[in-house]
Design a protein around this ligand. Structure first.
Ligand code: UDX
Ligand code: UDX
Ligand code: ADP
Length: 477
């Protein structure tokens, strides 16, 4: 890449758009990078060098891009950004449809995506051919006949065609799914396992792939160049497979508890088989996050709409197990306390996993709501998740706690969170929940009765029993 000759822009400055752009700008000094979003607050935050969310190791890459390479800018002027760009990444949110969150086989809400595509269409110019890269996962649309679901690239093409007589002269549509996981996003972006590029199979597709390799020339990784549909479906399947592993290990946790086996031992035993692999075998209260449930629902929906019912049933069981695990653990906690109205419970962790402030689709929301509904007084602690995110997420997941008074969000304040509490419930596997001073904590808790529920299996039971916890439950043990 010649210096300053190639410009990429990301439409959307959320997790995917901003992090992808910052890493590209930091690693490819010759590239010009523009990040744009409709959300003025978000853009202000990035421009003022205030991070809108917590992500480890972000500071260093941000500093390289912004202060050293000086090749990135943040703006709300989306059309200007598109105008300047040679390649555009579409990184807007495609949340699950709000009213259908817990249902099976539902499609995603594509309105933000469609709007972004309409803006991009309005900037189409046959004199400046651009690469249009979809980062969002495979979404479907029933076509005019109402039967055949089509991929995101066809959806984009359809939207471009409404405004442009020759969309292919203006844009080449490419699928480049993002595989970053929050909390380890910077490492994932710097050293991706692979970069998947889905293009048309013609000569134009081959040339576009070469340009994309140029954009990523400083990255040591393997490229997988496939046709667009494979790329889109591959991302959906990757998330479905990861979620399936978690449901599989979670499905063994109760059996371990009742037979005296340990679920961590099971993970070690199966994980050392190269064919299975050691990662993603941690039992949990359920998987959360903005991708797994949504993508599984999309997959089930696609299969159902194609009449592939048995396959749809197979994947819907992964979602079923995820719901089941939450209900089982909630019921178990409730059964330990005969007088909810006289019981204070402390939940450690509200983020959907450690090392992120993100709470989207966190499984802990279900526990918070269930315990509040039963009449317990619930206090929530999290080192990074904030109160605004807490309320927003409870609402997003359909839990109406606005009229309730029997809970308190305590942020990172341990003293507030544990005072006179009857139980600690570890919901998120933050490292500090392993190392925190439980002697101190036990001293501040209810003196007559305190229990411990470790829903992430991260602490040792014996020292806690020694401190006077009446019961120590460790998931899958
Ligand atoms: C299996 C286990 O692999 C082994 O660890 C255990 O000790 C005994 O059971 P085996 O049944 O001998 O071994 O063969 P395996 O290679 O696992 O294949 C089992 C079946 O799965 C075969 O019918 C094979 O064709 C099929 N298979 C395997 C697939 O359909 N796809 C694959 O990717 C792999
Ligand atoms: C996921 C995919 O990993 C990533 O490749 C994709 O791009 C986006 O979706 P993310 O949701 O950010 O990433 O985090 P991930 O680490 O996958 O965790 C998802 C959920 O699964 C979390 O709630 C986590 O706690 C849970 N999980 C993960 C387990 O319960 N057990 C595990 O062993 C791993
Ligand atoms: P993800 O985790 O997939 O990155 P986020 O919700 O964090 O999703 O980010 C998506 C971003 O896309 C949001 O900041 C949202 O404001 C932005 N966005 C949505 N629609 C548009 C649009 N038409 N143009 C620009 N940005 C958009």
């Amino acid at each position: 890449l010649e210096e300053g000759k190639f410009t990429v822009c990301s439409v959307g400055a959320g997790y995917v758009g901003s992090l992808t752009s910052i890493i590209l700008a930091a690693q490819q000094p010759n590239l010009k990078v523009i990040v744009c979003d409709v959300n003025q607050d978000l853009i202000n935050s990035w421009s003022d060098q205030r991070y809108p969310f917590y992500e480890p190791e972000l500071d260093r890459q941000f500093d390289i891009a912004v202060n050293q390479n000086k090749n990135i800018k943040f703006t709300t002027k989306i059309t200007d950004a598109i105008q300047e760009s040679d390649a555009i990444f579409i990184c807007v949110n495609t949340p699950p449809k709000k009213d259908l969150i817990s249902g099976l086989g539902k499609e995603s809400d594509m309105k933000y995506f469609d709007l972004a595509c309409q803006t991009i269409a309005s900037m189409g110019d046959p004199k400046k051919h651009r690469i249009l890269i979809e980062k969002s996962t495979f979404q479907i649309q029933l076509n005019i006949l109402g039967t055949v679901p089509v991929g995101t690239h066809k959806r984009i093409h359809g939207i471009l065609s409404q405004k442009l007589s020759n969309p292919d002269d203006c844009y080449t549509i490419v699928s480049m799914p993002e595989f970053l996981a929050e909390g380890v996003a910077i490492q994932n972006l710097l050293f991706p396992d692979r970069i998947v590029v889905g293009t048309p199979t013609d000569k134009n597709g081959m040339e576009t792939f070469e340009v994309i390799k140029g954009i990523y020339s400083n990255f040591q990784t393997k490229f997988i160049h496939v046709k667009t549909a494979s790329s889109e479906l591959g991302k959906l399947f990757a998330n479905a497979m990861l979620a399936q592993r978690i449901s599989s290990i979670n499905s063994m946790s109760q059996l371990c508890e009742t037979t005296g086996a340990s679920v961590q031992d099971l993970s070690k035993i199966v994980g050392s088989d190269k064919r299975i692999g050691q990662y993603f075998l941690n039992a949990s209260p359920a998987f959360g996050g903005s991708c797994f449930e949504k993508d599984l629902q999309s997959l089930v929906y696609i299969l159902e709409s194609l009449g592939q019912t048995d396959q749809a049933m197979y994947w819907s069981q992964v979602l079923h197990m995820n719901q089941f695990q939450k209900r089982r653990l909630l019921d178990m906690i409730i059964s330990e306390f005969p007088n909810p109205s006289e019981t204070v419970l402390t939940i450690f962790g509200f983020a959907f996993k450690k090392n992120t402030s993100d709470t989207r689709m966190t499984p802990i929301a279900y526990f918070v709501n269930g315990l509040i509904e039963k009449g317990f007084f619930v206090r929530i602690h999290d080192p990074q998740a904030n109160e605004r995110g807490f309320y927003l997420e409870m609402e997003m997941q359909g839990f109406d706690i606005a009229e309730r008074f029997n809970f308190q969000f305590c942020g990172s304040d341990y003293n507030k969170a544990v005072a006179n509490s009857n139980a600690i419930i570890i919901g998120t596997e933050w490292d500090e929940y392993i190392t925190t001073n439980y002697r101190n904590i036990r001293d501040q808790m209810n003196q007559s009765r305190a229990l411990f529920f470790d829903l992430r299996s991260i602490v040792d039971e014996e020292p806690l029993k020694y401190l006077g916890f009446e019961k120590v439950f460790k998931l899958g043990n």
